[in-house]
Design a protein. Structure first.
Length: 426
């Protein structure tokens, strides 16, 4: 078994992989000037585990404050860091510290040296190339969402959530100014969406992204334009509202109608659409809003749209498998999944390979806002896939050749086909 795992992992380690989802700055020059390693590493994910472990929000704010000495901040964090170090988020950072900075553990005895090496690497420059290309062996990352991103590293998806769920008339005014046209009706709004979508396509957009599971349930009913118009008019009723007022939440009928219109546009153009499903980032969310089964009516209607269902649907891994098994246009994306729970990702992949055709799963998307985290995540992903495939070989589900073939599909061929990415030149 150990030999099988090592052989498959060696094959996977040799792959130049496709990263299906990132939130990184669009280029290294746009990387925020974090004052130190804590300032950057506590911007995403692991800070949520620290809060879950008991760190108070005020304490987290102090830990991020560059005016507080590094060791004072570390002493504040230390008990919570120790408690959360074994989570996927913590393990990803430990792997990154070791591989990128030569630090074998993160504790009070090493944090200052880790910070020194972090700052030296920042000063040298070329860190994107070092982390994403040299260490992580990522061929290309799909960025959410910036069409001006550095093409050495990224292609981009675009979001049109503001069209589906405009929260205030100011959103409409912004589109009017951007496009140089007036918007008075839902039909005007739909035409503006089509204009912007087609413009993004011409600029290289590879897919559409929807993140509305953070705001509302993923069930989008079929509604009429007349019903949507009533909701649209509510936005205009607030024409003179001062900026300090809370945004208006538009009628659900408008949101539903616009999602169907967006998918009809994607359908006509053969586009893939990425949907956030499952766990939402941050502390405290409504997880049931993000259950992937809520998308079933859309899968049934928009059969030419390739639905890339994110984050392995965690904790709805069996539900997402049922969708991918039943619908030719439903695909499973494991982005974020290997750091949410490495064990859950590994077990889910083993179950999916029993239930779902192997050409319908993408194995990795880093989903980080800072580049160092991507290394640790892809390393966990490669090990997880090797473990799941070696277990299948042990069970005589298939042989080593088939295991390596599936590994390549998961990390390269499947996302390449799903998003219409060009293979590298020979």
């Amino acid at each position: 078994m150990e030999h099988t795992f090592d052989t498959i992992l060696e094959f996977i380690e040799g792959l130049s992989i496709i990263d299906t989802h990132e939130h990184l700055p669009a280029s290294e020059k746009h990387r925020p000037q974090a004052p130190d390693v804590l300032g950057e590493w506590l911007t995403h994910y692991f800070s949520c585990d620290l809060v879950s472990a008991g760190l108070q929000e005020a304490q987290l704010a102090r830990a991020r404050d560059p005016h507080v000495p590094l060791m004072d901040r570390w002493q504040l964090l230390a008990p919570y860091w120790h408690a959360a170090a074994s989570t996927g988020y913590g393990r990803a950072l430990a792997l990154s510290a070791q591989a990128l900075y030569g630090i074998d553990r993160i504790d009070s005895g090493t944090i200052e040296e880790l910070n020194r090496r972090f700052l030296e690497a920042r000063e040298r420059g070329g860190h994107y190339r070092y982390v994403l290309k040299q260490k992580s062996r990522i061929r290309v990352s799909i960025l959410d969402a910036n069409l001006d991103a550095d093409p050495e590293f990224f292609v981009s998806v675009c979001r049109f959530d503001g069209y589906v769920c405009p929260t205030h008339r100011r959103a409409i005014v912004g589109v009017q100014e951007r496009l140089g046209r007036t918007i008075h009706t839902v039909r005007d709004w739909k035409e503006a969406l089509e204009t912007e979508l087609d413009a993004a396509l011409k600029r290289g957009m590879v897919a559409v992204k929807c993140g509305l599971a953070y705001k509302r349930p993923l069930f989008f009913e079929k509604t009429t334009e007349a019903a949507a118009e009533a909701g649209f008019n509510e936005l205009f009723a607030a024409a003179n509202s001062p900026d300090w007022r809370d945004p208006i939440r538009p009628a659900k009928a408008l949101q539903d109608h616009m999602m169907h219109h967006l998918l009809a546009l994607a359908d006509a153009r053969g586009l893939a659409v990425q949907f956030h499903t499952g766990l939402q980032e941050g502390n405290g969310n409504v997880i049931t809003d993000a259950n992937p089964v809520l998308l079933a009516n859309l899968l049934l209607e928009y059969r030419n749209v390739r639905f890339d269902l994110f984050h392995m649907g965690y904790p709805y891994m069996q539900e997402i498998a049922a969708l991918a098994k039943n619908f030719p246009n439903a695909y499973i994306d494991m982005c974020w999944g290997h750091i949410i729970s490495p064990e859950a990702a590994r077990r889910a992949l083993g179950e999916w390979l029993d239930a779902v055709p192997a050409n319908k799963i993408s194995a990795f998307g880093g989903d980080y806002v800072f580049v160092d985290g991507v290394y640790g995540h892809q390393e966990l992903a490669r090990r997880n896939v090797a473990a799941a495939l070696s277990e299948k070989v042990r069970q005589d589900c298939f042989d080593m050749d088939r295991a390596c073939e599936i590994a390549r599909w998961l990390f390269v061929d499947n996302p390449e086909a799903l998003f219409g990415l060009r293979p590298p030149a020979p």
